[in-house]
Structure formats: structure tokens, C-alpha cells
Design a protein around this ligand. Structure first.
Ligand SMILES: *Cc1c(COP(=O)(O)O)cnc(C)c1O
Length: 376
């Protein structure tokens, strides 16, 4: 293992911070922590608020629920905007809550609610909450969904290394706007490990560093993953995820399952579908894993045994979706579900076909490239 106080490691660390800025769409400082995403979130609560501050938390799934509980645990007054699972908050509802209660100082919202696959339109949300601080849980969204923290007015965006960023778990981070820094200076919540001032001071040393020993191995892996990501380019990456989402939805519906994740190109990270009434989602997940090695997951909370979730963020390509759909297709009849062979795979392939790059252009491009090479 390399030592974290060496100039070589500092270069890697600075490279990670710069890569995170690009995927988050921010020119501000990005603070990096050694913890899972929940740790960075706890840090945001500690660094932005004083006990008794009032916050609006959008709750549209398991993670929204987690932030409601966390804010209460820290003595915040929580106004909960409960939205049904499988839906995202209406921006007009958010504005109405804020107008009705001027004591609310911040809105907390989940970008991709991984428990349902629903991705919130953060451009609209940022606009709706323009007069207060916006805090976003983008644990699974960052690196897979379009994200423009500065342009959309998102003050604090929090994420982790292990979802669309394709690295192992262990590193979390938060972007912090100028407005959030101003709020931080008056926040009285006790904090130490996650203190933002301490973290920023270390980041701004001539040789940038973290205040405490970081998960060096994970940072090295995250640096490599960010290089892959930036080579592909965020725009191409977002397009790829949109295609994977379309294929997943088409395939699951083709097998006769009804979607929890609504039909929308935004929902490109994970796709959830209900199992038929008397079929256990947990058993389907187990059968798929045992027979094919494909790892799906069942639902969260009340939906635990009702839905199966197919994750498709990060290093996933169209044929991974085909394989996953084939795996589900293979086991469903054993549960008494009449899913014909090909009923999931074929609709997915049709989506892929409709999205092919124009063949003629490809051939002309290839001819041109050869011609240029020859003449050179
Ligand atoms: C994975 C995830 C988290 C983070 O959970 P940790 O276990 O703390 O990494 C938070 N929010 C969402 C939406 C997630 O998908």
C-alpha cells in the first residue's frame, strides 16, 4: 500500500477530487470522506444545522425514509413530504410547502431513489427550492444520471464510491456551494470526524490531503474508475444508461411483470418490477442467482418480498441486460408464471435495434479512416 502523505498519493487524491467535480457538475470544493454515503450525509446534517432547525424532507422511498429518521435523530424539526413509492415529488408541491412555512431552511431530496428506481428531476427541484438550501442524496445517481449541481442550484450533493462510480464501497463525498459554506459557519451541531472546515483546510494544503487516514485502496480504485468514466464522457454515459433503462423496462414488461419504476428515460439506474401476487421476490432472486449467477435484488421496506430490482448503473452494457432478462425468463415458469421463452429478451433486443448507430455512417466512417491512413 502507498503512504497517504506522499506527493504521489496527493496527486491521485487531487485527481479524484477533480474527477468528482466533473461528474457532479460543480466548480466548488468537493469534500472526501472515508465512510459509506450515509456517513457523508450525517456529516452534512452536522455541518449545516443547529438543533431545532426546520427542514423539508422529500420521502419517496427507503432512502428518503432514512433521511427523515436521521434528521430527527439529530434534533431537527422535520416536515416530511411523503410521496408514494414509485413516484417523485411534484416541484409545485415543494414550492407550496416552502411558501406555507418560511421557517424551513433546507430541502432534502434523493436523486435516484434506489429502492424504487425513481429519479427525481433535480433541475426542476432546484428551481422549486431556489430560496432555501438544497441537499441531494445522489448515492446511486452520480456518474449515471445527468447532474449539474452548480447550474441547477443544488447546494450540497452527496454520493459514494460504490454505485454508478463503479468502485468498491468506502469513500463518500459532498459538494458544498458558497451558500452552504455560509450556513456552515453558523451551524452549532457537534461534529468532529466529518467537520467540513477541518476537511477543507486539509484539502487546501499545498499538498492536498484528508485530515484523517483515508481508505487509500478505495481511493486508488476510484481514481481508476473516474478515468474510465471520463474517457467514456458523461454525455455518452447518460445515453448508455437511458438505453439500459429502456431495455430493462421493455423486457420485464414483456414477461408480464408490471413495473414499479415508471416508464421514463430519467429512470436509468435501477428498474424494479412487481412479482405476480403469490410469488416471493426473494425466492426469484435466489433462484436466478443459484441457476445463472446473475445477482438481482428484492425490494426494500413494505415491498421487500414483492419486487425484484435489476440494477444497471456503472460498468453495464446492453448484453448484460439481455443476460439478466434471460435469467429471469428462465426461472419464472418454475414459479408458475407463464413467461414464454424470449418474452423478456425479444422486446429488449428490439429496443437495442431501434437505438443502433446508423450502419451507413459507420461504413463510410470506416472507409474514410482507412483512406486517410493510406494517404498518410
Ligand atoms: C446506496 C445508497 C445510499 C448509501 O448507503 P450506504 O450504505 O451508506 O452507502 C444512500 N442513498 C441511496 C439513494 C443509495 O442508493
Amino acid at each position: 500500500m502507498v503512504d497517504e502523505r506522499t506527493p504521489g498519493f496527493a496527486l491521485t487524491f487531487a485527481h479524484v477530487v477533480d474527477g468528482l467535480r466533473q461528474v457532479l457538475g460543480t466548480a466548488s470544493d468537493v469534500l472526501v470522506f472515508t465512510s459509506s454515503t450515509t456517513g457523508a450525509f450525517e456529516g452534512a446534517v452536522q455541518n449545516l444545522f443547529s438543533p431545532g432547525d426546520k427542514v423539508l424532507v422529500v420521502n419517496n422511498g427507503a432512502f428518503g425514509e432514512r433521511w427523515v429518521q436521521m434528521c430527527r435523530a439529530f434534533g431537527l424539526e422535520v416536515v416530511e413530504l411523503a410521496v408514494g413509492w414509485g413516484r417523485s415529488a411534484d416541484a409545485a408541491d415543494v414550492t407550496a410547502r416552502l411558501v406555507a412555512d418560511p421557517a424551513i431552511v433546507a430541502v432534502i431530496v434523493v436523486h435516484c431513489e434506489t429502492s424504487t428506481g425513481v429519479v427525481t428531476d433535480l433541475r426542476e427541484l432546484g428551481r422549486a427550492a431556489a430560496n432555501v438550501l438544497t441537499i441531494v442524496d445522489s448515492a446511486s445517481g452520480v456518474g449515471g444520471c445527468e447532474l449539474r449541481a452548480d447550474e441547477w442550484g443544488l447546494d450540497v450533493v452527496i454520493g459514494g464510491s460504490q454505485k454508478a462510480l463503479m468502485a468498491p464501497p468506502g469513500i463518500s463525498f459532498a459538494s458544498v456551494s458558497e451558500r452552504a459554506w455560509r450556513r456552515h459557519t453558523t451551524a452549532r451541531m457537534p461534529r468532529y470526524y466529518f467537520d467540513w472546515t477541518t476537511t477543507r483546510d486539509a484539502l487546501r494544503q499545498p499538498v492536498p490531503r484528508t485530515p484523517w487516514t483515508p481508505a487509500i485502496g478505495t481511493l486508488l480504485q476510484l481514481a481508476a474508475a473516474l478515468d474510465l468514466l471520463l474517457d467514456e464522457g458523461m454525455a455518452a454515459r447518460v445515453r448508455r444508461h437511458v438505453l439500459l433503462g429502456r431495455m430493462a423496462r421493455a423486457g420485464l414488461q414483456g414477461m408480464g411483470l408490471s413495473l414499479l419504476t415508471p416508464e421514463s428515460d430519467r429512470n436509468a439506474i435501477v428498474t424494479a418490477a412487481y412479482c405476480p401476487a403469490d410469488v416471493s421476490a426473494g425466492h426469484v432472486v435466489q433462484a436466478v442467482a443459484d441457476n445463472t449467477g446473475v445477482q438481482l435484488t428484492a425490494g426494500n421496506g413494505d415491498l421487500t418480498d414483492q419486487v425484484i430490482r435489476l440494477g444497471h448503473c456503472g460498468h453495464m452494457d446492453p448484453l448484460d441486460i439481455v443476460a439478466a432478462l434471460a435469467a429471469i425468463e428462465a426461472v419464472l415458469p418454475a414459479f408458475g408464471v407463464a413467461a414464454a421463452s424470449g418474452s423478456g429478451v425479444v422486446p429488449a433486443l428490439e429496443v437495442l435495434r431501434s437505438d443502433l448507430r446508423p450502419i451507413v455512417d459507420l461504413q463510410e466512417g470506416a472507409t474514410l479512416a482507412v483512406a486517410q491512413e493510406v494517404s498518410a
